[in-house]
Design a protein around this ligand. Structure first.
Ligand code: FAD
Length: 246
């Protein structure tokens, strides 16, 4: 079940259709990998553990906002209106995925920023400027500082490519964009890596952050993804289904 059939939101936070789109984005990359014979069907079980708490939190936040919007108490309404007037209203914290296909810290919990949404900025590739998601499509994306990805062992690189990982190497600010060496036009991705104290960040096809690592931890990060997907190169592989994986 997905969309309003699974969770009907009050409209106050504007998250009803958005939650449905997130459900669909979450399901499609998993179906794609399973139907291509690249991963175990148990991957589909992560749909509920990832989406249910996230959608539920959005519903609760939406309901709370409805209580604020619909108050019939004139004093509370006056205070609310003043807070809005002076831009003093707190923003609800946007929920992140707390379980599922996410890189783990040593305590087994998702690592910092795993489960949150990756930023979206413009990049230049081969002289053409576009949004990041236009370039990577509905695929995993391994965003690295220049030349870090070259350090991946060949077999690991091949396995990542088999599950559809796109390699996006950030060219130095004064560099030239070529192939997968891209220019970070809006200055979004280099600062994002810096904020994580990382050389590489791995995003899922639904643009949820899987995890991040420094140069030394790159192979471990890649291996952990393949392990969580239960990827094995010996599985029978079927061509991509065009409806699910355009
Ligand atoms: C006032 C209001 C404001 C909103 N504002 C926002 C907003 O700002 N941002 C936001 O993200 N969301 C907003 N939403 C919510 C958003 O409109 C819904 O969450 C979204 O449309 C749900 O999409 P859906 O595809 O899951 O379900 P639906 O849009 O309900 O689609 C289900 C479809 O299935 C069809 N159907 C039903 N039964 C059958 C059957 N047996 N066989 C075949 N077809 C069937 C229906 O006819 C329908 O076309 C708002 C909703 C309201 C009411």
């Amino acid at each position: 079940m997905a969309g309003d059939a699974a969770h009907t939101n009050p409209p106050y936070l504007g998250q009803g259709a958005c939650s449905g789109v997130r459900d669909a984005a979450n399901l499609t990359w998993k179906f794609d990998l399973v139907l291509r014979g690249l991963t175990d069907t148990s991957l589909l079980d992560t749909y509920e553990s990832e989406r249910r708490p996230h959608a539920q939190q959005n519903m609760l936040d939406s309901r709370s906002l409805g209580v604020v919007a619909n108050t019939s108490n004139p004093v509370k309404a006056a205070v609310r209106d003043l807070l809005f007037k002076f831009h003093l209203t707190p923003k609800p914290k946007f929920p992140v995925l707390a379980d599922g296909v996410l890189a783990r810290a040593v305590d087994g919990k998702p690592m910092r920023q795993a489960g949150s949404l990756a930023p979206q900025g413009r990049i230049t590739v081969d002289g053409r400027t576009m949004r990041f998601d236009e370039h990577v499509g509905f695929n995993f994306a391994l965003v690295t500082n220049a030349e870090v990805a070259d350090e991946l062992p060949a077999d690991l690189r091949a396995a990542l490519q088999a599950v559809g990982v796109r390699f996006v190497e950030l060219a130095p600010p004064s560099g030239v964009s070529q192939g997968d060496h891209v220019l970070d036009v809006d200055g979004v991705y280099a600062p994002f890596l810096k904020s994580l104290d990382a050389d590489v960040v791995l995003m899922r096809p639904d643009f949820v952050v899987y995890g991040h690592a420094d140069r030394a931890g790159l192979s471990h990060l890649a291996e952990s993804l393949l392990q969580q997907l239960q990827y094995t190169s010996t599985r029978a592989q079927h061509p991509a289904i065009s409806v699910l994986c355009p």
